[in-house]
Write a protein that binds this ligand. Structure first.
Ligand code: CP
Length: 306
Protein backbone atom coordinates (compact mmCIF):
# COMPACT_ATOMS: atom_id res chain seq x y z
CA UNK A 1 0.00 0.00 0.00
CA UNK A 2 1.23 3.45 -0.89
CA UNK A 3 0.81 6.73 1.00
CA UNK A 4 1.59 10.30 -0.09
CA UNK A 5 3.50 11.96 2.75
CA UNK A 6 6.17 13.86 0.83
CA UNK A 7 6.37 14.87 -2.86
CA UNK A 8 9.43 12.61 -3.15
CA UNK A 9 7.26 9.57 -2.38
CA UNK A 10 6.39 9.80 -6.08
CA UNK A 11 8.95 9.36 -8.85
CA UNK A 12 8.99 11.84 -11.73
CA UNK A 13 7.35 9.14 -13.88
CA UNK A 14 4.59 8.57 -11.30
CA UNK A 15 3.98 12.33 -11.10
CA UNK A 16 3.74 12.47 -14.90
CA UNK A 17 1.15 9.68 -14.83
CA UNK A 18 -0.92 11.48 -12.18
CA UNK A 19 -0.78 14.77 -14.12
CA UNK A 20 -1.74 12.97 -17.36
CA UNK A 21 -4.65 11.33 -15.54
CA UNK A 22 -5.72 14.71 -14.12
CA UNK A 23 -5.73 16.20 -17.62
CA UNK A 24 -7.88 13.31 -18.85
CA UNK A 25 -10.26 13.77 -15.91
CA UNK A 26 -10.58 17.47 -16.77
CA UNK A 27 -11.35 16.61 -20.42
CA UNK A 28 -13.67 13.64 -19.73
CA UNK A 29 -15.24 14.02 -16.27
CA UNK A 30 -18.19 11.70 -17.06
CA UNK A 31 -15.80 8.79 -17.65
CA UNK A 32 -14.77 8.91 -13.98
CA UNK A 33 -18.13 9.71 -12.38
CA UNK A 34 -18.58 6.22 -10.88
CA UNK A 35 -14.96 5.16 -10.49
CA UNK A 36 -15.18 5.27 -6.69
CA UNK A 37 -18.76 4.07 -6.18
CA UNK A 38 -18.96 2.54 -2.69
CA UNK A 39 -15.61 4.02 -1.55
CA UNK A 40 -15.18 6.43 1.35
CA UNK A 41 -12.64 9.20 1.95
CA UNK A 42 -12.00 10.34 5.54
CA UNK A 43 -10.76 13.92 5.96
CA UNK A 44 -9.08 14.36 9.35
CA UNK A 45 -8.26 18.04 9.68
CA UNK A 46 -6.69 19.06 12.98
CA UNK A 47 -5.96 22.51 11.47
CA UNK A 48 -8.19 24.92 9.49
CA UNK A 49 -8.54 24.54 5.72
CA UNK A 50 -10.84 25.62 2.93
CA UNK A 51 -9.25 24.39 -0.29
CA UNK A 52 -7.43 21.25 0.72
CA UNK A 53 -10.26 19.67 2.70
CA UNK A 54 -13.09 20.68 0.40
CA UNK A 55 -11.20 19.87 -2.80
CA UNK A 56 -10.40 16.38 -1.49
CA UNK A 57 -14.07 15.96 -0.63
CA UNK A 58 -15.21 17.34 -4.00
CA UNK A 59 -12.71 15.03 -5.71
CA UNK A 60 -14.13 11.93 -4.00
CA UNK A 61 -17.73 13.03 -4.69
CA UNK A 62 -16.89 13.65 -8.37
CA UNK A 63 -15.65 10.05 -8.48
CA UNK A 64 -18.95 8.75 -7.06
CA UNK A 65 -17.61 8.10 -3.55
CA UNK A 66 -18.59 9.39 -0.13
CA UNK A 67 -16.81 11.45 2.52
CA UNK A 68 -16.68 11.58 6.30
CA UNK A 69 -14.41 13.30 8.78
CA UNK A 70 -13.84 16.30 11.00
CA UNK A 71 -12.72 19.83 10.21
CA UNK A 72 -11.12 20.73 13.54
CA UNK A 73 -9.40 18.89 16.37
CA UNK A 74 -12.00 20.44 18.73
CA UNK A 75 -14.78 18.36 17.22
CA UNK A 76 -12.84 15.09 17.48
CA UNK A 77 -11.72 12.89 20.37
CA UNK A 78 -8.27 14.51 20.09
CA UNK A 79 -9.67 16.95 22.69
CA UNK A 80 -10.04 13.98 25.07
CA UNK A 81 -6.40 13.05 24.48
CA UNK A 82 -6.72 10.41 21.76
CA UNK A 83 -3.47 9.89 19.84
CA UNK A 84 -3.10 10.09 16.05
CA UNK A 85 -2.09 6.41 16.02
CA UNK A 86 -5.26 5.31 17.81
CA UNK A 87 -7.45 7.60 15.70
CA UNK A 88 -6.12 6.20 12.43
CA UNK A 89 -6.71 2.63 13.62
CA UNK A 90 -10.39 3.60 13.98
CA UNK A 91 -10.56 5.45 10.69
CA UNK A 92 -9.07 2.43 8.91
CA UNK A 93 -12.27 0.57 9.92
CA UNK A 94 -14.53 3.33 8.55
CA UNK A 95 -12.95 4.52 5.28
CA UNK A 96 -10.88 3.38 2.29
CA UNK A 97 -8.47 6.35 2.14
CA UNK A 98 -7.64 9.26 4.43
CA UNK A 99 -6.44 12.85 3.97
CA UNK A 100 -4.91 14.29 7.16
CA UNK A 101 -3.82 17.82 8.06
CA UNK A 102 -2.05 18.32 11.37
CA UNK A 103 -0.11 21.18 13.01
CA UNK A 104 2.69 18.80 14.05
CA UNK A 105 5.36 17.93 11.48
CA UNK A 106 5.38 14.19 10.87
CA UNK A 107 1.87 13.44 12.21
CA UNK A 108 0.65 11.97 8.86
CA UNK A 109 3.82 9.84 8.76
CA UNK A 110 3.01 8.47 12.22
CA UNK A 111 -0.55 7.79 11.04
CA UNK A 112 0.79 5.86 8.03
CA UNK A 113 2.66 3.49 10.34
CA UNK A 114 -0.58 2.43 12.05
CA UNK A 115 -2.94 2.65 9.08
CA UNK A 116 -4.33 -0.08 6.91
CA UNK A 117 -5.56 2.48 4.34
CA UNK A 118 -3.57 5.00 2.21
CA UNK A 119 -2.75 8.27 4.00
CA UNK A 120 -2.50 11.57 2.14
CA UNK A 121 -0.54 14.29 3.93
CA UNK A 122 -2.79 17.35 3.54
CA UNK A 123 -0.22 19.59 5.27
CA UNK A 124 1.87 18.95 8.39
CA UNK A 125 3.01 22.03 10.29
CA UNK A 126 5.68 23.99 8.41
CA UNK A 127 6.95 20.81 6.78
CA UNK A 128 5.26 19.53 3.59
CA UNK A 129 2.08 19.89 1.54
CA UNK A 130 2.43 17.36 -1.28
CA UNK A 131 -1.08 17.62 -2.76
CA UNK A 132 -0.59 21.38 -3.11
CA UNK A 133 2.61 20.54 -4.98
CA UNK A 134 0.75 18.22 -7.34
CA UNK A 135 -1.73 21.06 -7.86
CA UNK A 136 1.11 23.49 -8.59
CA UNK A 137 2.83 21.09 -10.98
CA UNK A 138 -0.40 20.44 -12.87
CA UNK A 139 -1.05 24.19 -13.08
CA UNK A 140 2.46 24.98 -14.35
CA UNK A 141 2.52 22.10 -16.85
CA UNK A 142 -0.98 22.88 -18.17
CA UNK A 143 -0.56 26.66 -18.37
CA UNK A 144 3.14 26.96 -19.22
CA UNK A 145 3.45 23.75 -21.20
CA UNK A 146 6.51 22.45 -19.34
CA UNK A 147 8.09 21.82 -15.95
CA UNK A 148 11.66 22.25 -17.19
CA UNK A 149 13.56 25.36 -18.37
CA UNK A 150 11.86 27.78 -16.00
CA UNK A 151 12.90 30.52 -13.63
CA UNK A 152 10.51 30.63 -10.70
CA UNK A 153 10.35 33.29 -8.02
CA UNK A 154 9.17 32.13 -4.60
CA UNK A 155 8.04 35.15 -2.61
CA UNK A 156 6.98 35.73 0.98
CA UNK A 157 7.23 33.45 3.96
CA UNK A 158 9.82 30.95 2.77
CA UNK A 159 10.64 29.93 6.35
CA UNK A 160 7.27 28.55 7.42
CA UNK A 161 5.59 28.11 4.02
CA UNK A 162 5.24 24.35 3.58
CA UNK A 163 3.90 24.73 0.03
CA UNK A 164 7.22 26.31 -0.96
CA UNK A 165 9.24 23.58 0.75
CA UNK A 166 7.33 20.85 -1.07
CA UNK A 167 7.45 22.64 -4.42
CA UNK A 168 11.24 23.06 -4.26
CA UNK A 169 11.69 19.35 -3.49
CA UNK A 170 9.57 18.49 -6.53
CA UNK A 171 10.96 21.01 -9.05
CA UNK A 172 14.67 20.29 -8.51
CA UNK A 173 14.10 17.01 -10.33
CA UNK A 174 13.38 18.79 -13.64
CA UNK A 175 16.02 20.14 -16.06
CA UNK A 176 17.19 23.74 -15.91
CA UNK A 177 14.92 25.06 -13.15
CA UNK A 178 16.25 28.20 -11.47
CA UNK A 179 14.93 29.68 -8.24
CA UNK A 180 14.78 33.28 -7.11
CA UNK A 181 14.06 33.26 -3.37
CA UNK A 182 12.35 36.52 -2.43
CA UNK A 183 11.93 37.07 1.30
CA UNK A 184 12.86 39.31 4.18
CA UNK A 185 15.89 38.13 6.17
CA UNK A 186 13.69 36.76 9.00
CA UNK A 187 11.66 34.59 6.63
CA UNK A 188 14.46 33.11 4.50
CA UNK A 189 14.21 29.56 3.25
CA UNK A 190 15.52 27.27 6.03
CA UNK A 191 19.20 26.42 5.63
CA UNK A 192 18.45 22.68 5.65
CA UNK A 193 16.55 23.12 2.37
CA UNK A 194 19.12 25.49 0.86
CA UNK A 195 22.00 23.15 1.71
CA UNK A 196 20.43 19.67 1.52
CA UNK A 197 18.26 20.27 -1.53
CA UNK A 198 19.52 23.23 -3.60
CA UNK A 199 23.28 23.15 -2.91
CA UNK A 200 23.45 19.36 -2.86
CA UNK A 201 21.93 19.13 -6.34
CA UNK A 202 23.82 22.16 -7.73
CA UNK A 203 20.56 23.97 -8.40
CA UNK A 204 21.07 27.62 -9.35
CA UNK A 205 19.35 30.07 -7.01
CA UNK A 206 19.65 33.61 -5.75
CA UNK A 207 18.17 35.32 -2.72
CA UNK A 208 16.74 38.83 -2.96
CA UNK A 209 14.73 40.99 -0.59
CA UNK A 210 13.01 43.35 -3.05
CA UNK A 211 10.31 41.85 -5.28
CA UNK A 212 10.98 44.60 -7.86
CA UNK A 213 14.54 43.30 -8.32
CA UNK A 214 13.26 39.86 -9.36
CA UNK A 215 10.16 40.57 -11.43
CA UNK A 216 11.76 41.02 -14.87
CA UNK A 217 13.59 37.68 -14.90
CA UNK A 218 10.75 35.36 -13.84
CA UNK A 219 8.68 32.90 -15.88
CA UNK A 220 6.58 32.16 -12.80
CA UNK A 221 5.96 34.06 -9.59
CA UNK A 222 4.74 31.94 -6.67
CA UNK A 223 3.38 34.28 -3.98
CA UNK A 224 2.74 33.09 -0.42
CA UNK A 225 1.15 34.64 2.63
CA UNK A 226 3.00 35.19 5.89
CA UNK A 227 2.02 32.17 8.01
CA UNK A 228 0.47 33.88 11.04
CA UNK A 229 -0.21 30.60 12.83
CA UNK A 230 3.50 29.66 12.92
CA UNK A 231 4.71 32.89 14.61
CA UNK A 232 5.54 32.85 18.29
CA UNK A 233 4.42 36.42 18.85
CA UNK A 234 1.88 38.75 17.25
CA UNK A 235 4.32 41.68 17.09
CA UNK A 236 6.68 39.85 14.69
CA UNK A 237 3.75 38.81 12.49
CA UNK A 238 2.38 42.36 12.29
CA UNK A 239 5.84 43.65 11.32
CA UNK A 240 6.15 41.09 8.50
CA UNK A 241 2.64 40.62 7.20
CA UNK A 242 2.58 43.38 4.57
CA UNK A 243 6.23 43.16 3.56
CA UNK A 244 5.20 42.20 0.01
CA UNK A 245 2.18 43.47 -1.86
CA UNK A 246 2.01 42.52 -5.53
CA UNK A 247 0.07 45.21 -7.37
CA UNK A 248 -0.55 46.36 -10.95
CA UNK A 249 2.54 48.60 -10.93
CA UNK A 250 4.81 45.69 -10.03
CA UNK A 251 3.14 43.49 -12.65
CA UNK A 252 4.28 46.02 -15.27
CA UNK A 253 7.87 44.99 -14.49
CA UNK A 254 7.13 41.35 -15.37
CA UNK A 255 7.39 39.48 -18.67
CA UNK A 256 4.21 39.45 -20.74
CA UNK A 257 3.87 35.70 -20.21
CA UNK A 258 4.93 35.50 -16.57
CA UNK A 259 2.27 33.65 -14.57
CA UNK A 260 1.33 34.40 -10.96
CA UNK A 261 0.50 31.44 -8.73
CA UNK A 262 -0.53 31.39 -5.07
CA UNK A 263 -1.59 28.36 -3.03
CA UNK A 264 -4.16 30.60 -1.30
CA UNK A 265 -5.56 31.80 1.04
CA UNK A 266 -4.47 35.29 0.04
CA UNK A 267 -4.33 37.97 2.73
CA UNK A 268 -2.80 41.28 1.52
CA UNK A 269 0.16 40.02 -0.50
CA UNK A 270 -1.68 40.26 -3.84
CA UNK A 271 -3.77 43.33 -4.44
CA UNK A 272 -7.24 42.47 -5.79
CA UNK A 273 -6.53 44.63 -8.86
CA UNK A 274 -4.09 41.90 -9.99
CA UNK A 275 -6.99 39.42 -10.20
CA UNK A 276 -8.02 41.06 -13.50
CA UNK A 277 -4.58 40.48 -15.04
CA UNK A 278 -4.73 37.41 -17.35
CA UNK A 279 -1.36 36.34 -15.93
CA UNK A 280 -2.96 35.83 -12.51
CA UNK A 281 -3.93 32.16 -12.47
CA UNK A 282 -4.31 31.42 -8.74
CA UNK A 283 -8.06 30.76 -8.87
CA UNK A 284 -7.62 28.44 -11.86
CA UNK A 285 -4.85 26.76 -9.84
CA UNK A 286 -7.43 25.90 -7.15
CA UNK A 287 -9.60 24.25 -9.82
CA UNK A 288 -6.65 22.16 -10.98
CA UNK A 289 -6.43 21.00 -7.35
CA UNK A 290 -9.69 19.09 -7.70
CA UNK A 291 -8.59 17.25 -10.87
CA UNK A 292 -5.22 16.30 -9.45
CA UNK A 293 -6.72 15.05 -6.18
CA UNK A 294 -9.18 12.94 -8.18
CA UNK A 295 -6.20 11.47 -10.01
CA UNK A 296 -4.34 10.90 -6.74
CA UNK A 297 -7.28 9.12 -5.09
CA UNK A 298 -7.61 6.79 -8.09
CA UNK A 299 -3.88 6.13 -8.08
CA UNK A 300 -3.63 5.37 -4.35
CA UNK A 301 -6.73 3.15 -4.48
CA UNK A 302 -5.29 1.44 -7.59
CA UNK A 303 -8.51 2.02 -9.53
CA UNK A 304 -8.09 1.98 -13.32
CA UNK A 305 -10.70 3.53 -15.60
CA UNK A 306 -10.59 2.48 -19.24
N1 CP B 1 -3.70 25.95 -0.19
C1 CP B 1 -4.19 25.51 0.97
O1 CP B 1 -3.60 24.62 1.63
O2 CP B 1 -5.35 26.12 1.37
P1 CP B 1 -6.21 25.73 2.64
O3 CP B 1 -5.38 26.05 3.86
O4 CP B 1 -7.46 26.52 2.56
O5 CP B 1 -6.45 24.24 2.59
Amino acid sequence: MKHLLNPLDLSVEEIDEILDLANDIEANPEKYAHACDGKKLATLFYEPSTRTRLSHEAAMMNLGGNVLGFSSADSSSATKGESVSDTIRMISCYADICAMRHPKEGAPMVASQYSSIPIINAGDGGHQHPTQTLTDLLTIRSEKGRLHDITIGLCGDLKFGRTVHSLIHALVRYENVKFVLISPEELRLPSYIRKDVLDKHNIPYEEVVRLEDAMGKLDLLYMTRVQKERFFNEEDYVRMKDFYILDAAKMELAKEDMLVLHPLPRVNEISVEVDRDPRAIYFKQAQYGVYVRMALILTLLEIKVS
